[in-house]
Write a protein that binds this ligand. Sequence first.
Ligand SMILES: Nc1ncnc2c1ncn2[C@@H]1O[C@H](COP(=O)(O)OP(=O)(O)O)[C@@H](O)[C@H]1O
Ligand SMILES: [Mg+2]
Length: 269
Amino acid sequence: VKEIAALLVLDKMRRKLGFETSVPSLHMSFTGAPGTGKTTVAVRMGQILAKMGYSRRGHVVLATRDDLVGQYVGHTAPKTKEMIKKAMGGVLLVDEAYYLYNAANDRDYGQESIEILLNVMENNQDDLVVAVAGYKDRMDKFFSYIPGMMSRIGNHIDFPNYKSDELVQISEVMARELEYEIDPDAYGVFHNYIQKRMELPFFSNARTVRNAMDRARMNSAIRTFDKFAIRGENGGFCTVNDLKSISAADFQVLVDDIDNADVEKRIFA
Ligand SMILES: Nc1ncnc2c1ncn2[C@@H]1O[C@H](COP(=O)(O)OP(=O)(O)O)[C@@H](O)[C@H]1O
Ligand SMILES: [Mg+2]
């Protein structure tokens, strides 16, 4: 992202001085597992492009196959064009773009949508940025079937999985945004939870952290309500800190939940 921004800044300065400039294609590909920040970065990128004058509006319109492809003949073109219209002046983010291509069926309506997208990527470059997002291996395969898509995309960014200590740092950031404070001794418990959760199905990086934070806040509320409203501690008065605190016990509930579950049968949040 930094490299792209640097190029755009330099290009702008060159243009001001009357040098030859050629903005490379701004179309982008974001690859990585769920919850690695692809959508978040697309939104930020839109804002950056708008601020720098490379995008008129900088908003992001999120589209999946269902938004672009119809069920019946003649329905696909209008659907795809409608989404493109909404995204004009900003970014059209096609999530799991590879679902547009069906290798087993060359009459799949997705093909029609792909052709329209390729067309606008070529002819409306100056007013629409198309970004595709999804798993890296599937995206590579998609590009191999649709080389025209690959050649129109100037920027490929891969989003690695977060490491467990990065996910702990993210929990700290999220707590701050939500105006909570994680007790210092609670981080170890959260780290333990994340390490266990990473081994289970449907782990999704920072999105799993977001879900864990939601559950921890719920546990904090239950704990605080019980302490003051039910048991009447401190004459029933709780402090501001009580309202903000996420404690080790609030995360321990999540750890216990994994430890006590029949892993074969359960799907975890
Ligand atoms: N580095 C990060 N710091 C803080 N929050 C993050 C970070 N990366 C992702 N998130 C959060 O994780 C969630 C999932 O991110 P998202 O961008 O939707 O992932 P993706 O599109 O790759 O599935 C969002 O709530 C987002 O705010
Ligand atoms: Mg996403």
